[in-house]
Design a protein around this ligand. Structure first.
Ligand SMILES: [Zn+2]
Length: 164
């Protein structure tokens, strides 16, 4: 990235996820690229997480707002990229640890996705007591991106960030 691109990237990378404030859009993998066109125009490329996730509009608004506040919004545009599609694999390991600390079970390994296709439930670890003796309560938690689980050891309900 050139100096201008780096400046924009650094200005917005720490914007938190609207739903999970401990994770930034950079860690989430939503912020893909910042590119300066030969015309001088700056394009910010973002990839939506779960399709239809209401957070996506917020990402754009928050980016626009942050750039405005920092006086960097001139000639900057946001473009949404759908290909390649976002996957939970883009969430950094650091961010997965933060998720767990926050009380949300991070997405399980990719291999579990295959198990899910075969109709098997992933092994989800309780973010509080780390027990894997958990059960699915509901496919949908507070948002469609998360499922609701219950820990059979500490008996606490918790949310699981679903794999994609
Ligand atoms: Zn537990």
């Amino acid at each position: 990235m050139n100096e201008k691109e780096t400046k924009i990237w650094n200005a917005i990378k720490d914007i938190p996820d609207p739903e999970i404030p401990v994770i930034t859009i950079e860690e989430l993998g939503v912020l893909r690229k910042v590119e300066e066109k030969p015309s001088g125009e700056i394009i910010i490329y973002i990839t939506p997480t779960y399709s239809g996730c209401p957070a996506m509009k917020r990402f754009e608004d928050d980016i626009t707002q942050t750039l405005k506040e920092k006086g960097l919004d001139e000639n900057v545009h946001i473009e949404t990229v759908y290909d390649p599609a976002w996957t939970t694999d883009w969430i950094t390991d650091e961010a997965k640890k933060k998720l767990e600390k926050y009380g949300i079970a991070p997405p399980a390994q990719k291999s579990y996705d295959k198990a899910a296709i075969l109709g098997k439930e992933p092994t989800v670890r309780c973010p509080r007591c780390k027990s894997t003796n958990t059960e699915l309560i509901s496919q949908f938690g507070s948002t469609a991106c998360k499922a609701l689980y219950k820990c059979n050891d500490c008996l606490e309900p918790f949310e699981y960030f679903k794999c994609l």
